[in-house]
Write a protein that binds this ligand. Structure first.
Ligand SMILES: Cc1cc2nc3c(=O)[nH]c(=O)nc-3n(C[C@H](O)[C@H](O)[C@H](O)COP(=O)(O)OP(=O)(O)OC[C@H]3O[C@@H](n4cnc5c(N)ncnc54)[C@H](O)[C@@H]3O)c2cc1C
Length: 384
């Protein structure tokens, strides 16, 4: 599958990521899921190859890559190993927020360390009572000395158990809605931070989501990424420009899984014979594959178009919502249909289809649910 407008450098990047994914990551992918362990060795390999520093500007030691570049890599890895693809995706988000919103001092302090792979960061936004209603955040900062005291609780923080820093959404003052919310970097090992891993997870079992409590945690003033102010919602809105891309990134993760499932189904259909012929010769199944291909190509065009617009400085949040929704919903259907090609064998964990169906499920929930994106799309229709 091709995107016509890719440069020769981007094609080379895509080829290199494909070789790495197919040659090194594919064979081990089942293990992270089955044993519920973090793909540490893949993480080191990704860091060594510079894939975890792609998002950072070159002056801070990063690669200054475009979003299209980053997600070409994510897509190739997601085809075979969702847990490892999630590492590339997530480790490129927080540094971009700091690079986009932080002061020069903050960038100097943190970005080179992210670029070298010395530190990792997780996004801690969702709270038990602030899920889709993301501005209902009650985690609170109160000024004290040369910083703030943080109190509150978060849920579903991916990589919260291993990240050195948490990018926490919190309220800087008594305010309602988005006003007064800002973001701070909190060292996970600070006194007063408690992290509990959430058990019995459906998919992406190589990575953990966590419940986190902040009990009188000191946050130095120079760890503020965006200041929350009572007068407006700037501290909340600024990082959203980065999330705009992250949402499309969820779509690309889903796209990668769908493509991986499609490839598995196509290969199997050529070998499996029933009624004296191969499955690939049966028109009903050929049409299912054609439908999958159509859906994949449509989602792919949407995602890369949305990313390209952001790269070109013309972000379209509605297009990003459409791309995220379309790709993540498409991938639910495509992974299920691909599993169907394997009959009873697909239902068992000895084949990757069973894992792919579980892994992809989170993507219509996180990064804004399908329903919340539909609200945004509908809102834009009647606002414009
Ligand atoms: C695997 C996973 C990883 C995650 N990682 C992170 C992370 O790293 N950091 C982080 O901060 N959060 C993370 N999240 C949290 C995620 O962003 C939230 O789960 C999501 O925003 C939905 O919030 P909720 O779970 O509270 O559901 P709710 O908001 O309670 O929604 C429940 C249902 O109601 C629907 N709904 C809600 N409001 C409306 C409405 N107005 N109109 C129509 N339907 C509506 C929703 O679509 C959903 O179907 C993660 C979640 C998962 C599952």
């Amino acid at each position: 599958m091709h995107i016509n407008s890719l440069s020769s450098e981007q094609i080379a990047l895509q080829d290199a990521a494909r070789k790495l994914a197919q040659g090194e990551f594919k064979a081990k992918a089942a293990r992270w899921d089955a044993e519920g362990i973090y793909p540490d060795e893949n993480h080191h390999r990704l860091a060594e190859l510079g894939y975890l520093a792609m998002a950072m500007p070159e002056e801070y030691g990063g690669n200054g890559a475009s979003l299209v570049d980053i997600y070409l890599v994510v897509e190739e890895i997601a085809k075979v190993d969702f847990n490892t693809a999630l590492i590339v995706h997530d480790q490129n988000v927080s540094p971009r927020i700091i690079a986009t919103c932080g002061t020069e001092e903050l960038k100097q302090q943190f970005l080179p360390r992210f670029a070298k792979g010395e530190i990792e960061c997780a996004i801690s936004w969702t709270e038990p009572q602030a899920g889709s209603d993301a501005t209902a955040v009650t985690t609170r900062l109160r000024p004290e000395g040369d910083g703030y005291i943080l109190n509150g609780g978060k849920i579903f923080t991916t990589f919260g158990d291993r990240a050195d820093y948490l990018l926490v959404y919190a309220r800087f003052c008594d305010s309602k809605g988005a006003r007064g919310i800002g973001t701070v970097l909190v060292k996970r090992e600070s006194p007063g931070v408690q992290v509990h891993i959430l058990e019995q997870k459906m998919g992406a079992r190589g990575c953990n989501e966590c419940e986190i409590h902040f009990d009188d945690v000191f946050v130095p003033a120079d760890h503020v990424v965006t200041q929350g102010v009572a007068e407006n919602s700037s501290g909340f809105v600024k990082p959203l420009s980065v999330y705009n891309a992250t949402r499309v990134g969820m779509g690309v993760l889903a796209l990668g899984i769908a493509e991986g499932a499609f490839d598995e189904a196509r290969d199997y259909m050529k070998t499996r014979r029933q009624f004296g012929k191969s499955l690939s010769e049966m028109q009903g199944l050929q049409w299912m594959m054609a439908d999958m291909r159509i859906q994949i190509e449509a989602a792919r065009a949407l995602c890369y178009n949305a990313l390209l617009m952001i790269d070109q400085g013309k972000p379209d949040p509605t297009l990003s919502s459409i791309a995220k929704l379309q790709a993540t919903e498409m991938a639910q259907k495509v992974t299920h249909d691909a599993l169907q090609m394997f009959g009873g064998y697909g239902y068992f964990g000895s084949l990757p289809l069973e894992r792919m169906v579980r892994d992809v499920r989170m993507l219509t929930i996180t990064g804004g649910t399908t329903q919340i994106h539909k609200n945004a799309i509908a809102g834009a229709i009647f606002r414009d």
